[in-house]
Design a protein around this ligand. Sequence first.
Ligand code: NAI
Length: 248
Amino acid sequence: MRLKDKVAVITGGASGIGRATCIKFIKEGAKVVVADFNETTGVETVKMLKEQGGEAVFKKVDVSDFKQLEDLVNFTIETYGRIDTMFNNAGIGFSTPILELEPTDYERIIKINQDGVYYGILAAGRKMKELDIHGTIINTSSIFGFIANVNTFSYNASKGAVRLMTQTAALELAEYGIRVVGIAPGIVDTPIYDTAREKGLTDLITDKQMTKKFTQPADIANVVAFLASDEARAITGTTVLVDDGYTS
Ligand code: NAI
């Protein structure tokens, strides 16, 4: 029960990595706000968490709107009285050659993956400082925030930015006792790869992982739970690769 009585907000909590993290956090004793754009899967996730004996609530949010992030943080305080962990995890991706990438598509990715993380840092950081909570802000980057990849130009731009925003925010928020860390997953078995699965392309995609396998969402969740716990008190600013050896 490493997160006993801690309160966590998990954006993108209704699917994949976010949902696995909700499950792990509940097991570790945290109360969870499942924050997601998708109301149907969000409500289903909360139902499932409650069936497992957890304390959880759903809040619909579009992370590309700062006001909604502020409302989310206020909602969390009203519901559970505090906020210890903000997991800025919601994100989208698509594959397009750079010369076919329309500015509107580029901007959509940046708005959700990059601005959404900035808004989460701002909203949670301000409230943690105001309430003198020595909390943790965790941001989802990617291996593609470290290395180049074909056809994911805007995605790489957003995830690289998340890595540097994490470092910079950590530097500034350290004086308030707030840690800011990143997580960089490799190829994780989530609905993001549904199209590739349908096309039978998964072997090609997982080939660059040393294990030749998908990383499981629970593998990411385990590391996020550690980073949110007091055991990780000396870790801030860094983005931790959890990639089955993809980048090594
Ligand atoms: P997913 O598609 O399973 O889950 C993403 C969730 O975010 C969904 O529930 C979706 O409704 C929600 N979401 C999307 N846009 C939103 C918005 N504007 N506001 C609020 N919620 C929104 O994806 P997955 O794979 O779990 O990805 C989670 C994060 O991990 C993303 O940031 C992704 O870029 C990152 N990531 C995923 C990897 C993978 O291989 N699956 C690898 C590296 C990073």
